[in-house]
Design a binder for this molecule. Structure first.
Ligand SMILES: C[S@@+](CC[C@H](N)C(=O)[O-])C[C@H]1O[C@@H](n2cnc3c(N)ncnc32)[C@H](O)[C@@H]1O
Length: 421
């Protein structure tokens, strides 16, 4: 049963009452997750909030069945579904993000975590550089100077200790704690894309930061002991052309809650390059560009010029022609055409896996290039309708500004797979 007050009404109501940072609680940004159990385990600016996912599950009356997030990110949908006792299937093309979701939705035994932590602390107390392996990181970014000498030795040391933990789930817990602090202890920062810190921005010490992170994560595990959770299946796959999501999932999801990449240049792979590197998902820089190619084309640096500027959609074709005349970078029109072509394939697959009559709730932001506004929400809405969805609503939940001051919207598209579709 649907709630009588819609999400839009809730949002407008709260909008009228609250200001400033609190507004973020409206939930389409990751901000509120930073202080909430489990969600806070891994910082991911590109995520939405747990509160948003809970609102959607409530509004659409989903308390059982299966939830699907084809752009799973750090697993916000998975965590909320699991804590609500609902099963979910989560995919992401980035193997590290799949690891994060898996680690956040696993069950842990607090006694084992405490034992291993105590052992690790003893090792840390007797740490010397001489004990540190020199070859447990691939050479891919060795010349990049992303970490101080002190930090890289300590990371290598922790990686070795964690690699020796025999229980796989316990090992994942410690691995996630180390992954979560990598950017913080590096010479880089998220702003929101990764870039070098300024000279006056110091990085905290590795062991202290790691132990603090473990402490925080353990507190959450203690709070959740005894909680019954819904199972999560995490599959590393590409929603544009899935090869692992078998036909067994056709017409099987009760709801899709998701947020695809925005057409704005965020490079999801590059933003996780430290984690991908330290945990051996990358052996060479070619691996990173291969991974980038599988992502929905959403940033200039991941645009493959060979794709050309041909769009399957007349409205997009018009915008692309206009941008081609004015764009400051010739990759922009190619990127825009590719984005909507690929999103059509993704939406077709989402449609295929969703139960007939059920909803896909999709958070998206629009963009501005040169002097051309790209109404991504409206275009994705009409592409969805061509596929067989009915667009029930396009709810504007947040207004940002382009560099030139043009108001950009963040919207929630409510798409229903037509009955018997
Ligand atoms: C906006 S983020 C999703 C964040 C998520 N809602 C959360 O709260 O963490 C988009 C995600 O889509 C993933 N992605 C990009 N292209 C993909 C593709 N072709 N198939 C599956 N996932 C993809 C990226 O790796 C990124 O994690």
């Amino acid at each position: 049963m649907r709630h009588s007050a819609t999400l839009t009404e809730d949002i407008l109501e709260s909008n009228a009452q609250i200001t400033g940072a609190q507004k973020e609680y409206l939930g389409v940004t990751f901000q509120p997750n930073k202080n909430i159990g489990i969600h806070r385990w891994y910082p991911y600016v590109e995520g939405f909030s747990g509160g948003f996912v809970s609102n959607v599950l409530n509004e659409f009356g989903v308390s059982s069945g299966m939830v699907f997030d084809p752009f799973g990110g750090c697993g916000t949908t998975a965590v909320v579904a699991s804590l609500s006792g609902i099963e979910s299937v989560i995919i992401d093309v980035n193997p590290f993000m799949c690891f994060v979701t898996r680690a956040k939705t696993q069950r842990y035994k607090i006694s084992s975590l405490k034992q291993v932590k105590a052992r690790l602390k003893r090792k840390i107390n007797s740490y010397t550089r001489a004990q540190t392996p020199k070859d447990n990181l691939s050479p891919v970014f060795e010349d990049k100077n992303y970490f101080s000498n002190d930090a890289i030795y300590k990371i290598r040391f922790l990686k070795q200790c964690i690699g020796r933990i025999r229980n796989i789930s316990t090992c994942d817990f410690f691995k996630l704690a180390l992954a979560s602090i990598l950017v913080k202890v590096s010479k880089l920062k998220r702003a929101p894309d990764l870039k070098y810190k300024r000279d006056n921005e110091n990085s905290p010490e590795v062991f202290k930061t790691f132990l603090q992170k473990l402490e925080q994560m353990q507190q959450d595990v203690v709070e959740l002991e005894g909680y019954s959770t819904g199972a999560t299946a995490v599959i590393c796959d590409n929603i544009i052309a899935p090869s692992k999501l078998t036909p067994q999932y056709d017409n099987s999801f009760d709801i899709v809650i998701t947020s695809p990449p925005y057409l704005n240049g965020t490079n999801y792979c590059r933003n996780t390059k430290l984690e991908l590197w330290v945990f051996d998902y990358l052996r060479s820089s070619k691996d990173l560009s291969e991974l980038r190619k599988q992502n929905v084309t959403a940033g200039i640096n991941s645009t493959q010029m060979g794709n050309g500027t041909k769009s399957r959609f007349p409205k997009v074709q018009k915008l692309v022609a206009r941008i081609s005349e004015n764009a400051y970078d010739r990759r922009i029109p190619v990127m825009v055409a590719a984005y909507f072509n690929e999103m059509e394939s993704a939406l077709k697959n989402i449609y295929r896996f969703l139960k007939s009559g059920h909803y896909c709730v999709l958070v998206i932001g629009d963009s501005f290039f040169g002097d051309t506004h790209i109404p991504t929400d409206v275009i994705l809405g009409s592409i969805s309708e061509r596929i067989g969805f009915r667009m029930e609503d396009n709810r504007i939940v947040r207004v940002r500004k382009s560099r030139g001051g043009f108001p950009l919207h963040e919207s929630i598209l409510i798409l229903q797979k037509k009955k018997n579709g």
